[in-house]
Ligand binder design. Structure first.
Ligand SMILES: [Cu+2]
Length: 123
């Protein structure tokens, strides 16, 4: 039975490899990655308060922007060229829109209160 010692050795090597993989997995820096994505999500946001838009972040095209309407009144965040629109956000509601893919400067306003305006820059 010459095969038996080498089979035993193979099993030992497999066990060692599994142990090493287990250690690597324990050291996975997942919490750090989560914190980073939370931070970037918080940056891609526009708040509406006091019948005014907060300054929008400069973003890449195709970015999802979270919009929070902190007013009691309903608002929209609507691009003048129609390229994005949250639709109607009731008081206290939240919505999203996706930034246009083409770089540029995009004016937006509230359809219910046209004096509410802002400028989105897609870089
Ligand atoms: Cu409005």
């Amino acid at each position: 039975m010459r095969a038996r010692p080498s089979l035993t050795l193979s099993i030992c090597l497999l066990a060692a490899a599994a142990a090493v993989l287990g250690l690597l997995r324990a050291g996975d820096p997942a919490p750090t990655a989560d914190a980073a994505s939370d931070a970037s999500a918080g940056g891609d946001a526009i708040d509406i308060a006091g019948f005014a838009f907060s300054a929008p972040p400069t973003t890449a095209g195709g970015t999802t922007i979270d919009v929070t309407n902190s007013d009691g009144a309903a608002h929209t965040l609507t691009a003048r060229d129609g390229s994005f629109d949250t639709g109607l956000l009731s008081g206290g509601d939240r919505g999203t829109f996706t930034t246009p893919l083409a770089p540029g400067t995009y004016e937006f306003f509230c359809e219910l209160h046209p004096s509410m305006t802002g400028t989105l820059i897609v870089g």
